[in-house]
Design a protein around this ligand. Structure first.
Ligand SMILES: NC(=O)c1ccc[n+]([C@@H]2O[C@H](COP(=O)([O-])OP(=O)(O)OC[C@H]3O[C@@H](n4cnc5c(N)ncnc54)[C@H](OP(=O)(O)O)[C@@H]3O)[C@@H](O)[C@H]2O)c1
Length: 413
């Protein structure tokens, strides 16, 4: 039961007719400093919180999903406050009906309300609700926090345990081994550097795995490694979902990634993807399709970043004020948010990483590998790879990929 004046001082249900298959509950959650949507699915009873741009648009309200709804219609639809949306969802779910506490009730009771999760390790109901996350680097940490905010029970493992430990204060259970993390979890997520790291972590997880668990592989691993990982999943009877993400540190922290998913559409992943992403883009039915899509988007981001760094280095070399370059492109047809973010990083010499030089160089290798298989020339990705390699060799490997800028100079400016 959601207490009046608790973490959710006001939440109201919109009729399903407005929503399509998922029911939506608009939540005013000032503690987070923005509106969130709670999505509850009548078919599974699963509920999740997700960020949503709920904004007025000329008398209409756009919720971030589907068409804008005229504001008066939304107000009318939101008339009756629901007392306990978890119980409400359970009442509609024949599988859960009769169970003492539905998924949603537990989420409200222990997670959504307090921002904390028990992360209990038993099987039974925990098999449905506990998420195991392997990897709490830049992306994994942000995703973990959003999983916790959504009220999901979360066990995390990271090779360097200290990096995962801050998550304990927010409700995650930090464990010492991948096997401990995955034992009894309904959902396993991997968010590690590359295919080799994922393969190692999952091999170490094997004693805790059981057939039927769903594994969403969210790291960028490339097509060859993806095939090997899918083979590992088959051997262990796991439901394998290829689910790399688009978006960097800030979207990971804001829960506004774009999840690129292919493979089975397993309902256990819906609250998970809803927690970490603004949207899930289905790339295809077979695992591998999402990874191929990811290579195209990350290739675009990396080459764009390399181009920004090169232009700024050239400006400096030609004794052009880089600020003039910024003025020339800002607001015109060549402008875009990525240009602004990476240009700012270079001009302010702030290379705190959203995506590291090392990570971007790794991805250029994956792009080249996939392109070679497909017979496509990727000159720009290869040129970006060379710049990233030189920047890494000059000591910038752990800085943001905007530091590829330094590759423009024999000696650092
Ligand atoms: N950052 C982005 O903008 C972005 C965006 C989309 C996708 N991605 C992808 O998301 C994945 C994670 O990226 P990130 O930026 O979060 O990287 P990161 O901050 O460097 O984190 C990498 C993670 O992998 C772990 N790791 C590396 N090698 C390992 C090994 N051999 N065994 C076990 N664990 C290992 C690291 O553990 P330690 O802490 O012990 O080093 C850390 O948890 C990558 O595949 C990346 O390409 C990144």
């Amino acid at each position: 039961m959601v207490p009046a004046g608790g973490a959710f001082p006001a939440y109201r249900e919109m009729p399903a007719a407005l929503d399509g298959p998922a029911r939506r509950v608009v939540v005013d959650r000032p503690a987070l400093g923005r509106d969130r949507l709670l999505v509850s699915r009548p078919d599974t009873g699963a509920c999740s919180a997700r960020p949503a741009a709920v904004r007025e648009e000329a008398g209409a309200v756009r919720t971030g999903f589907g068409p804008a709804v005229p504001a008066p219609a939304l107000e009318a639809a939101m008339g009756a406050e629901t007392e306990a949306w978890g119980r409400h969802a359970a009442a509609r779910d024949p599988v859960r009906r009769g169970r003492p506490r539905a998924w949603g009730d537990q989420a409200v009771a222990r997670g959504v309300q307090t921002g904390r999760a028990t992360g209990r390790t038993g099987k039974g109901s925990d098999a449905v609700e506990t998420v195991a996350l392997l990897g709490t680097g830049i992306m994994g940490s942000g995703m973990a926090r959003n999983l916790l905010r959504a009220g999901l029970g979360l066990r995390v493992w990271n090779r360097t345990r200290e990096k995962a430990e801050p998550l304990a204060a927010e409700g995650a259970v930090v464990v010492d081994s991948p096997a401990e993390a995955v034992a009894g979890a309904g959902v396993v997520l991997t968010m590690l550097t590359d295919g080799a790291a994922v393969a190692q972590a999952m091999a170490a997880a094997a004693p805790g795995l059981r057939a039927g668990q769903v594994w969403a592989q969210m790291s960028t691993v490339g097509v060859a490694a993806l095939e090997e990982l899918a083979g590992f999943a088959r051997e262990h009877g796991l439901v394998f979902v290829d689910a790399p993400v688009q978006g960097t540190r800030q979207p990971a922290e804001a829960g506004s990634l774009v999840v690129l998913a292919s493979g089975p559409a397993d309902p256990r992943l819906e609250p998970v993807f809803a927690a970490v992403g603004a949207k899930t883009l289905r790339a295809g039915e077979e695992a591998g399709a999402a990874t191929r899509l990811k290579l195209t988007t990350v290739g675009y981001a990396i080459t764009l970043t390399a181009a920004v760094g090169e232009a700024l280095a050239l400006a400096e070399g030609l004794e052009v004020d880089p600020g003039l370059f910024a003025q020339a492109v800002t607001g015109g047809p060549m402008d875009n948010p990525y240009l602004q973010a990476k240009m700012k990083a270079v001009l302010e010499r702030d290379f705190s990483p959203s995506f590291t030089v090392h990570g971007a160089e790794k991805d250029t290798g994956l792009i080249a590998e996939a392109a070679d298989r497909a017979g496509v020339a990727v000159d720009l990705a290869r040129a970006a790879a060379a710049r990233l390699h030189r920047a890494a060799a000059a000591g910038h490997a752990e800085q943001d990929m905007a530091a590829a800028y330094f590759a423009g100079f024999e000696k650092a400016p």
